[in-house]
Ligand binder design. Structure first.
Ligand SMILES: [Zn+2]
Length: 124
């Protein structure tokens, strides 16, 4: 590789890295927005319980609580999708055992589980 090619290569690697950082920052922002919404939902649950308590029976909040819990469950699911996307951007993936490995690895070094490479994060 010529000096010039090496320089070009270095520059495009740097550009790729910068693009990666932008992408990861964007995903992390989305995650913190969703985390904040979860916090808010927890507060609403507390408020709903207290409101019903003041009206004579805290269990009356049941329907509201269920709605908020469903909302939180959805948000948590969104967050794990976003976390998986961050790993994909970093060229990493996570085994179901929790081990984080490079994207090209075929078997988990910790538990030996084979990875299903047909699964693309873009489909999520
Ligand atoms: Zn594993």
């Amino acid at each position: 590789m010529s000096f010039f090619d090496k320089m070009k290569q270095g520059a495009s690697d740097a550009a790729k890295k910068a693009q990666q950082t932008v992408e990861i920052t964007k995903l992390k922002t989305q995650i913190s927005l969703k985390e904040r919404e979860i916090e808010k939902s927890y507060a609403y649950i507390g408020e709903a319980v207290f409101h019903s308590y003041r009206n004579g029976d805290w269990k009356m909040a049941g329907k509201d609580i269920e709605g908020y819990c469903l909302h939180i469950t959805g948000l948590r699911r969104d967050i794990s999708v976003l976390e998986a996307k961050i790993k994909a951007v970093k060229n990493e993936k996570e085994c179901s055992c929790g081990k984080i490995v490079p994207l090209e690895v075929k078997y988990c070094p910790a538990c030996g589980l084979p990875f299903d490479d047909d699964r693309s994060f873009d489909e999520v």
